[in-house]
Design a protein around this ligand. Structure first.
Ligand code: ATP
Ligand code: MG
Length: 155
């Protein structure tokens, strides 16, 4: 059974704030897929997550490196992936496959096409729609125990 919820944010500050709310609920191990057009605000949302996880480093789009890993508080890490325009994730798919099972690493993935076969069904998927220049609608879905638990905390 898939559960969904919708969140509307009015501007970038609310997006950062919502990211921070989610980031504050993470214990490590969570898998969050971000879906949305270029400029929808996926990386902005990750910046909010990172802040709440106690990461001081500036979160940058990992587009050219595919993956950036940040040390967070409570001995957990944030691993941010972006497979934009990658038809084949190659060795990165193997790396992600290993990290997916790591209970101390939060995984956030943008442009997951190249790795969708290895992502578990039980992940939080956040679809971001641009509703105006500054407003965004987030459709959040969960299909599995861990993602549903996270969604309930967000709600
Ligand atoms: N409510 C909002 N939430 C997020 N970003 C917003 C919002 N309103 C305006 N913006 C702007 O939209 C842009 C979002 O960029 P961001 O890098 O987060 O997008 P992205 O979805 O990660 O894109 P890409 O697919 O290129 O990685 C930024 O320039 C930001 O300032
Ligand atoms: Mg991005």
């Amino acid at each position: 059974m898939i559960f969904v919820m919708i969140i509307e944010v009015k501007n970038i500050d609310e997006m950062l704030g919502f990211g921070a709310k989610v980031g504050g609920l993470l214990n490590g191990g969570e898998i969050i897929e971000l879906v949305g057009d270029v400029g929808a605000g996926k990386t902005t949302f990750v910046k909010g997550i990172a802040k709440a996880m106690g990461i001081d480093e500036t979160v940058q789009s990992p587009s050219f490196t595919i993956n950036r890993v940040y040390d967070a508080k409570n001995n957990i890490r944030l691993s941010h992936y972006d497979f934009y325009r990658l038809a084949d994730a190659g060795i990165m798919a193997v790396e992600l496959g290993e990290v997916l099972a790591d209970p101390n690493t939060v995984k956030v993935i943008e442009w997951s096409n190249a790795v969708k076969d290895i992502l578990p069904k039980d992940r939080l998927i956040i679809n971001i729609d641009v509703t105006s220049n500054e407003a965004r609608r987030l459709l959040i879905s969960a299909d599995g125990e861990a993602s549903l638990k996270l969604m309930e905390k967000i709600r």
